[in-house]
Design a protein. Structure first.
Length: 318
């Protein structure tokens, strides 16, 4: 990354150090007023007689990192979360000697509330604006250190996390996908793969942490969402899958902070560049069917995700 930024004259190298070389100051584009104030207090109860407050976690991250059963890492020391008191914004942990970490499984739905700017293309339209995000943590995976072996799953019962923020999104008309030789589920796997790669390309351009930006695939009206391993999921599951082919798949990249911090408009302007670099990343990855470096793990997006993602990208870039 440093070499790329040096070539783009964003950084200047002097010996073994790099210095900022642009007139613009990145922090000016981020408003601190949009950072949420409701933090969760983390209390160590390894010794029940002497509980100690060891950390605070922001409201958005808490359901993912502090759910019951989660492994919370602090200064490389693992703690297991025994209880999350959501109402009082408290998490109780104790020291643990484990050889695994936890990865939360979430379902996310995004609904576009207001469009600030949009443009229609032949096979893909782009827009950015205000959105409502509903995210729910439904479980977690236990992943062994070093080998990434999946050791099992656990269930989580937490309320939905509602977020009003800003997002950039691109929509692919269903009619445009009909010409590709893939069934509907495989096409959705391909779009999930594009979302994975596009997310990481976007983070490089924004020069932010990967957790500052999040992604989702669904439709603009929030009636459907696409989840890895489950396919197309309706918001009201009791209504059933009446017509899963009736909506236009939409890929969202949204600010992970209430109100947004300005990422969406920047990504909207970079639309063509993002798609081009996403295609290049996937195409030049040495894996056969997909990996975390391009479209995501095969067991999450399917064995056809890489091939399908490239076909979709070539279609929407024409």
């Amino acid at each position: 990354i440093l070499k790329y930024l040096e070539e783009e004259q964003v950084l200047h190298r002097a010996g073994e150090r790099y210095h900022w070389n642009r007139d613009a100051y990145p922090a000016n584009a981020v408003s601190l007023r949009n950072i949420p104030e409701e933090n969760f207090v983390v209390t160590d109860r390894t010794d029940p007689a002497k509980p100690v407050t060891i950390a605070e976690v922001d409201f958005t991250s808490a359901p993912v990192t502090l759910h019951e059963g989660a492994i919370y890492l602090l200064e490389s020391r693992p703690y297991i979360v025994e209880k999350l008191d959501f109402a009082n914004r408290q998490a109780f942990v104790k020291k643990a000697d484990v050889d695994y970490y936890t990865d939360a499984m979430t379902y996310t739905r995004v609904q576009a509330l207001e469009v600030f700017e949009s443009e229609d293309g032949r096979h893909c339209s782009r827009a950015h604006g205000e959105v409502h995000v509903a995210r729910k943590v439904v479980g977690y995976k236990k992943i062994r250190f070093f080998t990434s072996e999946n050791l099992g799953y656990g269930e989580v019962n937490l309320p939905d996390l509602d977020l009003h923020t800003t997002a950039y999104w691109c929509t692919i008309p269903s009619d445009a996908l009909l010409g590709l030789p893939y069934e509907r589920g495989t096409l959705m796997d391909g779009i999930l793969g594009i979302a994975h790669a596009l997310h990481h390309i976007a983070v490089l351009h924004l020069m932010c942490d990967v957790r500052d930006l999040d992604r989702a695939v669904g439709d603009r009206h929030g009636k459907w969402s696409v989840q890895g391993g489950k396919g197309i999921v309706p918001v009201d599951e009791s209504a059933g899958m009446e017509d899963p082919g009736a909506f236009d798949p939409t890929l969202f990249l949204y600010d992970a902070f209430p109100g947004g911090v300005g990422f969406a408009s920047k990504l909207y302007d970079l639309h063509d560049t993002l798609l081009k670099e996403t295609e290049s990343l996937i195409m030049n990855c040495s894996c056969r069917e997909g990996c975390p470096s391009c479209v995501g793990p095969v067991n999450e997006v399917g064995a056809m995700a890489k091939e399908t993602a490239l076909s979709i990208l070539r279609l929407i870039r024409t």
